[in-house]
Design a protein around this ligand. Sequence first.
Ligand code: FES
Length: 103
Amino acid sequence: MPRVTFLYCGERTGEVEVNTSLLDAAKVVGLPLNHDCGGNASCTTCRVEVQAGMEHLSEIDFDEQDLLDRESLSEPRHRLACQARVLGDVVVRVPTSKWEVPG
Ligand code: FES
């Protein structure tokens, strides 16, 4: 199974089934990402910065690219965790802005 590593206040790593979204993978490793729109590619609060393994994520689709472009996040390393599905090992960094650990 693919290994997913989240960098946020240290490192959390776990293994997930192929095609698991990064948003669900974060839950697996005990890091509940914000997802204000419920995973519908319309808020960007779930965004992450891919540090390694971009080629091991599902291809970006029109809706995701359109939202990232509108929010000026279209530089290639950003992905929406609710849309990107894990196909192989990947390392992502969770931005500290617009994100906090839920109480
Ligand atoms: S949860 Fe809103 S864009 Fe991913």
